[in-house]
Design a protein around this ligand. Structure first.
Ligand code: OSB
Ligand code: MG
Length: 373
C-alpha cells in the first residue's frame, strides 16, 4: 500500500424514514461519520463510522468516536507504509484500548483503499464467495402488537428471510406471540433485547422458547458473557451475542462458556475487517454460525457489511435491508436493493465498495468537516 496522505472526516445528518426504537432509546435522524481517505498516489476510498448518536448501544457515541478518530486513530496510520490492510489493526490495538467503532472506521477504509488500488471488489479482497446475501429486517419497538404484526407481515410479503423483533420489558412475549400467530409456524422470527433484561427475567425469557425463535439476541448486559452462559442453560432457544463480542477473544469466551451459539458480527463494532475475519474464521472452525448485523448505516457502511457477509461462514440472513427501508434517498448510486426473494446482490463488477459515492449530496448533508494530513 502507498502511505496515506490525508483523511477528511465529516459528519452528515440523514433523516430515517421512520423512527427506530430499541429498548435503550430511539433515533429519527442519523448523525453519520464519513471518512474520505486519500493515499500518496491519489487513490481515494470512503468509509463510515457506526458510532450512534447516544452511548446507549455500547459505550461509544459519535462525539467520542470523532475525538478518538482524530486524536488517536488517524495519527497512527497517516504517512505510514503498510504491506497490507490486514496489518493495520495491530497498530491500532497497541496500547490503545477499546474505541472499536473509531478504529473500525479507519481500518475498514484502508481495506477499501487497497481494493481500489488492486482494482478488485472489496468482497473479493476480503475472501467473499457469495454473489448475493440473504437478508432480514430489524423491526423497532412498535406501539402495539397489532402495529408490529402489520410491519412483520409486510416484511415477509416483501421477501425478507428473517424478521427480527426488538423487545423490551412490557413489550416482549405478547408482541412476539402475536407475530408468530399471525405469520404461522414457519416464519423465520427472532428477538433482540439490546440488554434490557437481567438473570431475574430468565422465567419470562423462557416463555419465548414456545415461540420457536431462530435466536434471542443480547438479552443481558452489553458487556456480559458469564451471565449469558447461565441464561443459555435455562433456555432451549439459542442465544446470539451482539454487543458483548468485540474480538476473537470474546468470541472464544462465548463458545468456551456456552454463553451463546450464534454471533452477530458487525465490523464497525469489532474494530474492523481484520477482527471480523478472525471472528469469522474462528466461528467456522468452532461450528458457530455467524451473520452480519447492521447499525442503520448509509450506503457506504452497507457496502462494507454486504462485502463481509459474502464470506462462507455467514450462513444466516444479515440485517442488510435495502436503502429504501431506511432513507428517502441514500448517498450512493445505485442504491442498495433486494430481490423479491430477499437477496441483496453483491456488486462484483466494480472495484472497492461497488457503488458510486454521491459527493455532491454528501456536501449538502455535511454539518462538520475536518481535514487531517
Ligand atoms: O442491536 O442490532 C442491533 C440498530 C442500532 C443499534 C443496534 C442494533 C440495530 C439494528 C438495526 O438492529 C439493524 C439494521 O441496520 O437494519
Ligand atoms: Mg443487536
Amino acid at each position: 500500500m502507498s502511505p496515506l496522505d490525508q483523511i477528511t472526516l465529516r459528519e452528515i445528518r440523514l433523516p430515517l424514514r421512520e423512527p427506530f426504537r430499541i429498548s435503550s432509546g430511539s433515533v429519527s435522524e442519523r448523525r453519520i461519520t464519513l471518512l474520505e481517505l486519500r493515499d500518496a498516489d491519489g487513490i481515494v476510498a470512503w468509509s463510515e463510522g457506526v458510532a450512534p448518536e447516544e452511548p446507549n448501544y455500547r459505550e461509544e457515541a459519535i462525539d467520542t468516536a470523532w475525538t478518538a478518530i482524530s486524536q488517536w486513530v488517524v495519527p497512527r496510520v497517516l504517512g505510514r507504509a503498510f504491506a497490507h490492510p490486514r496489518d493495520v489493526y495491530a497498530v491500532l490495538e497497541q496500547d490503545f484500548r477499546g474505541n472499536f467503532m473509531a478504529k473500525a472506521a479507519v481500518e475498514m477504509g484502508m481495506w477499501v483503499l487497497e481494493a481500489m488500488r488492486q482494482g478488485v471488489p472489496l468482497a473479493t479482497l476480503l475472501g467473499g464467495t457469495r454473489s448475493a446475501i440473504a437478508t432480514g429486517i430489524s423491526l423497532g419497538i412498535q406501539s402495539s402488537p397489532e402495529a408490529l404484526v402489520d410491519k412483520a407481515s409486510a416484511a415477509v410479503a416483501q421477501g425478507y428471510r428473517k424478521v427480527k423483533i426488538k423487545i423490551a420489558p412490557g413489550q416482549d412475549v405478547a408482541y412476539v406471540r402475536a407475530v408468530r400467530e399471525a405469520l404461522g409456524p414457519d416464519a423465520p422470527l427472532m428477538a433482540d433485547a439490546n440488554n434490557a433484561y437481567t438473570l431475574a427475567d430468565a422465567g419470562l425469557l423462557a416463555q419465548l422458547d414456545d415461540l420457536d425463535l431462530m435466536m434471542i439476541e443480547q438479552p443481558l448486559a452489553w458487556d456480559d458473557i458469564v451471565q449469558h452462559a447461565s441464561l443459555q442453560r435455562q433456555l432451549r432457544t439459542p442465544l446470539c451475542l451482539d454487543e458483548s463480542i468485540t474480538s476473537v477473544d470474546s468470541a472464544r469466551n462465548m463458545v468456551t462458556l456456552d454463553a451463546g451459539r450464534i454471533i452477530n458480527i458487525k465490523p464497525g463494532r469489532v474494530g474492523g475487517f481484520a477482527s471480523s475475519l478472525a471472528i469469522h474464521d474462528y466461528c467456522v472452525s468452532a461450528g458457530v454460525p455467524v451473520w452480519c448485523g447492521g447499525m442503520l448505516e448509509s450506503g457506504i457502511g452497507r457496502a462494507c457489511n454486504v462485502a463481509l457477509a459474502s464470506l462462507p461462514g455467514f450462513t444466516k440472513p444479515g440485517d442488510l435491508s435495502p436503502s429504501s427501508r431506511y432513507w428517502a434517498q441514500d448517498i450512493v448510486s445505485p442504491e442498495w436493493t433486494m430481490t423479491a426473494d430477499g437477496m441483496v446482490p453483491v456488486p462484483l463488477d466494480r472495484p472497492g465498495l461497488g457503488v458510486t459515492v454521491n459527493v455532491d449530496r454528501i456536501d449538502d448533508l455535511t454539518v462538520r468537516r475536518v481535514v487531517l494530513r
